[in-house]
Design a protein around this ligand. Structure first.
Ligand code: SF4
Ligand code: SF4
Length: 404
């Protein structure tokens, strides 16, 4: 099915309320629609170090309604001159189309972080006369010429998962690389509506207002996930699978701004908390390291007893194993590897939480194996604890951390 630029504009106008376009954008899109969709800038989309999840998220956008073919839509409607995953052309032809597009007005879209190690050679975006062009070089060059640079996803916006500790390829965000103000659409991945909203707004010649992290205020920062969460008044649960507030299990909704709960994902089907998973804070600066551990262990299944009575004749529920014999046999910090290793023994099957004994910050949680042994490895704990603490079934033990 061929979808032209006019069809895309029609789609944007038809979906204006759902997407939440400001009136100024709607009227500009209407003008462009009346003019046959001509005269809008082209879009050049580059991939940095990424998992392609942002493109997959976008490709998921219009599957349930017309226009249905996202590749056709992008190539023929928003004048997507270059996209490594979605465009039909390949090799020199693809590079040529990029070079032609960048002669005129264009919006640069980047997804993925930018590796700096090895002078950027861990991420090659194309070759030109036998010379490898790195994401670092391409983004620096094109961002300087573009009308606007849009970062799609948390990696391009803030570094994201590829920049997480230990970051061996020294990933930085596009803003850090260029020193310029980017328009950030974070999310791991971002919602397809957020991407379309932002690109359509820019194509309409309107600059969205941005917050201190350069995210469009209208999409991200009007309210936190928590403030609008339908589970807010439901009381906290310590067990997954219950339709109650997940704060005690590690939900980062109170620290996260996005409209996931209202917009929902997969064409309005559901969202993380609706599916009984915690919000991980994927739209926020510092994700994932500053939001780890994602889950809090507050409850051991050693203590689980079925809420309904056993049917007659069933085996009696075994009584929980008491937390006897919890001991730390080793607590060592390896300076070279920046690794804290704590191990010991405990009741088989129980969960052991490892904490910094001074700050009581949770460093990890492991289950005790059948032989009664457990081991936890924490990479780059900050600060390195002086004493490690192990807790299990209401009991605790501590040990001095030996530095090697
Ligand atoms: S589930 Fe998360 S976002 Fe919802 S009320 Fe609880 S803490 Fe807030
Ligand atoms: S609910 Fe939280 S983790 Fe899930 S997509 Fe939204 S911001 Fe990301």
């Amino acid at each position: 099915m061929h979808i032209d630029r006019r069809a895309f504009l029609k789609y944007c106008l038809g979906s204006a309320a759902a997407l939440g376009f400001p009136l100024s954008v709607v009227s500009r899109l209407e003008e462009a629609y009346a003019a046959g969709g001509t005269g809008l800038p082209q879009v050049v989309w580059l991939n940095g170090a990424n998992c392609t999840g942002c493109t997959v998220s976008l490709a998921n956008l219009i599957s349930a309604q017309k226009p249905t073919d996202i590749a056709d839509l992008l190539l023929n409607t928003i004048d997507l001159a270059f996209h490594p995953n979605l465009m039909g052309a390949a090799g020199d032809l693809a590079v040529q189309s990029l070079q032609t597009a960048t002669q005129g007005d264009f919006v640069l879209v980047v997804d993925g972080g930018i590796p700096m190690a090895f002078d950027g050679h861990t991420c090659i975006v194309w070759s030109e006369n036998g010379r490898e062009i790195t994401a670092k070089e391409a983004v620096l060059d094109l961002a300087a010429q573009s009308m606007a640079t849009v970062c799609v996803g948390t990696c391009a916006s803030f570094g994201g998962i590829p920049a997480g500790n230990p970051n061996p390829t020294q990933i930085v965000s596009v803003g850090q690389l260029t020193g310029q103000r980017t328009i950030n659409i974070p999310g791991c991945p971002p919602h397809p509506d957020w991407i379309v909203w932002t690109i359509a707004t820019l194509l309409a010649g309107v600059n969205p207002s941005l917050d201190e992290r350069n995210r469009p205020v209208q999409l991200f920062t009007e309210e936190t996930i928590h403030k609008r969460c339908p589970r807010k008044e439901s009381g906290e649960t310590k067990l997954f699978g219950q339709s109650r507030c997940l704060k005690a299990l590690g939900c980062k909704g109170p620290r996260t701004s996005a409209d996931c709960g209202q917009r929902k994902w997969n064409n309005g089907t559901n969202w993380c908390i609706g599916a009984n998973a915690v919000c991980l804070g994927c739209t926020e600066y510092g994700f994932p390291d500053a939001f780890s551990p994602f889950y809090k262990v507050e409850y051991s299944y050693q203590n689980y007893s079925k809420p309904t009575p056993e049917p007659p004749g069933a085996e009696p529920t075994p009584s929980p194993t008491p937390a006897v014999g919890l001991r730390i046999s080793k607590a060592e910090y390896n300076r070279e590897r920046r690794e804290l290793r704590v191990e010991g023994v405990g009741p088989a099957g129980a969960i052991v939480k490892i904490l910094d004994d001074g700050t009581r910050v949770l460093l990890g949680a492991v289950s005790v194996d059948r032989e009664g042994k457990w081991r936890s490895i924490t990479r780059d704990p900050r600060p390195v604890p002086t004493r490690a603490r192990a807790e299990c079934n209401g009991r605790a033990t501590t040990a001095v951390v030996i530095r090697k």
